[in-house]
Every structure is written in structure tokens, then in C-alpha cells.
Write a protein that binds this ligand. Structure first.
Ligand code: NAD
Ligand code: TDX
Length: 328
């Protein structure tokens, strides 16, 4: 099976490529990625076929989609803080890029899987145990989540109007190796490694539903293998934790005092809480997460960043200068 992975030099895409190489000997992978600040070819094994190009470039996309049996579309501008600073690349990649891929999938009748986020549903109150389901109305908060929401809606329309053979997954917050140091967990781990105190937005009471990146990607394969065309599946592993607890756990695992962090300015429009009901994926497709214990997953992630400074160091200074400019 010829598989085109867009955004394969990013965090989740690179882990998807690695998982696929390890478990799917029949898959022949090509990565399409234009290596933005978030893309890093060093995240990929050198033997993987790699095309440097833009998912919004119709000619490049047409040729690659035409030569593939399956497209798994990870490429995106993915960071909320950046979208609040400058939304325009989010419109280009998340909306025009997805449109370009869908049109090619339509022309070539190529199976298409769309990677999306729980953030399309907006947020949940801090109190209570409500969760997002596939029926929750879309209500995105940021330029990032609104462009992801728009891309999901295009996929649904291309299925219904043009018969594109597509599925969608909306996953919660991922953690694990190869995640860019701008994101919450790697930012704090690498800060501590640099002798800098972690930075918590606001009071730190916002809740995220953490899932190990390999569990996300095994869910994606379950949907590709056994999912119903046109369907949306939510991926999550019941990993709700507030940001304050994440920082305290990281500090403890790294041998620091529990209060050795700073509160910084909150993110404008900061979503309060995300929580996923993944029962459709579990009951219909028989998927189960393998990384049940968040604490030991965090410990392994800390070890990975300790051992792979050469991978993250080149991005660290520019990332912290950006946060300094944003006051966070
Ligand atoms: P990332 O920012 O680490 O990687 C994105 C990749 O896409 C990079 O390699 C970048 O170079 C590439 N890219 C960006 N614009 C491109 C373009 N125009 N053409 C080609 N390549 C381009 O992102 P990630 O965290 O790995 O997220 C991957 C996908 O998963 C995204 O669609 C995101 O919305 C979704 N998602 C992420 C999370 C999470 O917790 N990180 C959770 C749920 C869903
Ligand atoms: O330094 C920080 N301090 C802090 O308190 C950073 C970078 C973040 N935070 C908070 C904001 C969020 O409540 O931590 C939480 C997680 O922040 P991010 O890592 O920026 O993730 P989030 O905004 O929740 O979005 C992530 O999950 C959903 C991904 O970046 C998205 O791509 C995905 O769709």
C-alpha cells in the first residue's frame, strides 16, 4: 500500500511514520512536508522517501496523491499561541492545504484520512464531567481551532457531495518524543534542563486530556483499517489533568521543588477544559490505548528530551524569544 503522509516531519506525523515502519511492512511511505519552523527531517528515519513541498501546491499534491492508495493528512499550523500572533499561515495551510488535498483525492479516488483536534468543539466548563462526543456542535475559539474546524467541515462536504472516501479523527492533547519545544510539556522539560523555571499560563487550572502520541496513531490506523467512510471518530485516553498538576509532576520527576515555577500572562481566549468520549472508537473498532499511566509516560518523555538535546536545542532560543515578545 502506497501511503502519503503530509506533515510527516512534525511531531505526530513523524511518530506515525515510525510506528507504521515498525508495524506495517506492506506500507510504502512518502512524506510531503515543507519544513516550516515546526518540521524537522531529523525526526524521520533517513530511508523514508521525502518530498519538500507545500500541501497547498496543486501540482505537487496532484502528482503525489495520484500515485498513492492512501493519504493521511497531518500537515498543519498547529500552535494556538502562534495563531493569536498571526493567523494567516493557519488559513493557508489548514484551509487551502486541506482543500487542495481533497480536490486531488476527488480526482484520483484516493482514500483520505483527516487528522484533526478536539479543539474544534470549543471548551467545557471546569466543573462537571461532560465530555466531547462526535455529536458536540462545533464552537472553536482560536484562529488555529477555527481553521481546523473549517477543514473538517470541508472533508464532510467532500464526502457527501463528491463521494470522497474520507474519515476524520479528532484527538486530544498529545505528548511524547519529537514534540516541538513551543508546546507545553516539552517547553517546561527543556526549561528545567536549562535551569529555567517552568511558565504556567494564568492560575494553571485549565484541564487538558493527555494521550501518548503512539496511542493517537494506533487509533488512526484502527480508523483507516476498520472505520466507516464519512465517519468522525474521537481519539482520547481519559487522561484529564490540569496544567498546574502537570508542572508539579514534571518538577518532582526532575528532582526540583514543587513550587519552582512562575505564573505568566494567560493566553487570550484560553480554553478551560477538554475531555474526550472515545467510546465509538473503543466499542465499534476495538481500539484500546496502551499507555495508561500518564506519570510513567511523562518520565519516559523527560528521559527522551534529556538524551536528545541535539534534536531540540536548535529551536529553543528562537522559541523563548518569541514567548518573551508575547509576554508569556
Ligand atoms: P507540528 O506543528 O509538530 O507539525 C506540523 C508539520 O506540518 C510540520 O512538519 C510542518 O513542517 C508541516 N507543515 C506545516 N505547513 C505545511 C504546508 N503548508 N505544507 C506541508 N507541510 C506543512 O504539528 P503536530 O502537533 O504534529 O500536529 C499534527 C496534526 O495533528 C495537526 O493537523 C494537528 O491539528 C493535529 N493534532 C495535534 C494535536 C497535538 O496535541 N499536537 C492534537 C490533536 C490533533
Ligand atoms: O508555556 C506554556 N504554559 C502553559 O501554561 C504553554 C506553551 C502552554 N500552557 C498551557 C496552555 C494550555 O492550557 O498548557 C496547555 C497546553 O498548551 P499547548 O501545548 O499550547 O496545547 P493546546 O493549546 O492545548 O493545543 C494542543 O492540543 C490540541 C496542540 O498544540 C494542538 O495542536 C492540538 O490541536
Amino acid at each position: 500500500m502506497k501511503v502519503l503522509v503530509t506533515g510527516g516531519a512534525g511531531f505526530i506525523g513523524a511518530n506515525f511514520v515510525r510506528l507504521t515502519l515498525a508495524t506495517r511492512p506492506d506500507a510504502e511511505i512518502t512524506v510531503l512536508d515543507n519544513l516550516t519552523y515546526a518540521g524537522n527531517q531529523a525526526s524521520l528515519p533517513p530511508e523514508v522517501a521525502f518530498v519538500k513541498g507545500d500541501v497547498a501546491d496543486g501540482d505537487v499534491v496532484d502528482a503525489l496523491v495520484g500515485a498513492s492508495d492512501l493519504v493521511v493528512h497531518f500537515a498543519a499550523e498547529s500552535h494556538n499561541d502562534n495563531s493569536l500572533d498571526d493567523p494567516s499561515p493557519f488559513v493557508h495551510t489548514n484551509l487551502i492545504g486541506t482543500f487542495t488535498l481533497l480536490e486531488a483525492a476527488r480526482r484520483h479516488k484516493t482514500r483520505y484520512h483527516h487528522i484533526s483536534t478536539d479543539e474544534v468543539y470549543g471548551d467545557l466548563p471546569l466543573e462537571g464531567d461532560a465530555k466531547f462526543t462526535p455529536e458536540t456542535p462545533y464552537n472553536p475559539s482560536s484562529p488555529y481551532s477555527s481553521t481546523k474546524a473549517g477543514s473538517d467541515l470541508m472533508v464532510r462536504a467532500w464526502v457527501r457531495s463528491f463521494g470522497v472516501a474520507a474519515t476524520i479523527s479528532n484527538c486530544s492533547n498529545n505528548y511524547g518524543p519529537y514534540q516541538h519545544v513551543e508546546k507545553f510539556i516539552p517547553r517546561q522539560i527543556t526549561n528545567v534542563l536549562d535551569g529555567v523555571r517552568p511558565k504556567l499560563y494564568g492560575a494553571g487550572l485549565n484541564v487538558r486530556d493527555w494521550i501518548h502520541v503512539d496511542d493517537h496513531n494506533s487509533g488512526v490506523w484502527a480508523i483507516i483499517d476498520r472505520g466507516r467512510i464519512g465517519e468522525t471518530y474521537l481519539i482520547g485516553a481519559d487522561g484529564e489533568v490540569n496544567n498546574l498538576t502537570v508542572v508539579r509532576t514534571l518538577l518532582e520527576l526532575m528532582g526540583q521543588e514543587p513550587d519552582a515555577f512562575d505564573h505568566v500572562n494567560d493566553r487570550p481566549g484560553h480554553d478551560l477544559r477538554y475531555a474526550i468520549d472515545a467510546s465509538r472508537l473503543r466499542s465499534e473498532l476495538g481500539w484500546e490505548p496502551q499507555y495508561g499511566d500518564f506519570r510513567s509516560g511523562l518520565a519516559a518523555t523527560i528521559d527522551w528530551y534529556r538524551e536528545n538535546e541535539a534534536w531540540w536545542r536548535p529551536a529553543k532560543l528562537a522559541t523563548e524569544l518569541k514567548y518573551e515578545r508575547l509576554g508569556r
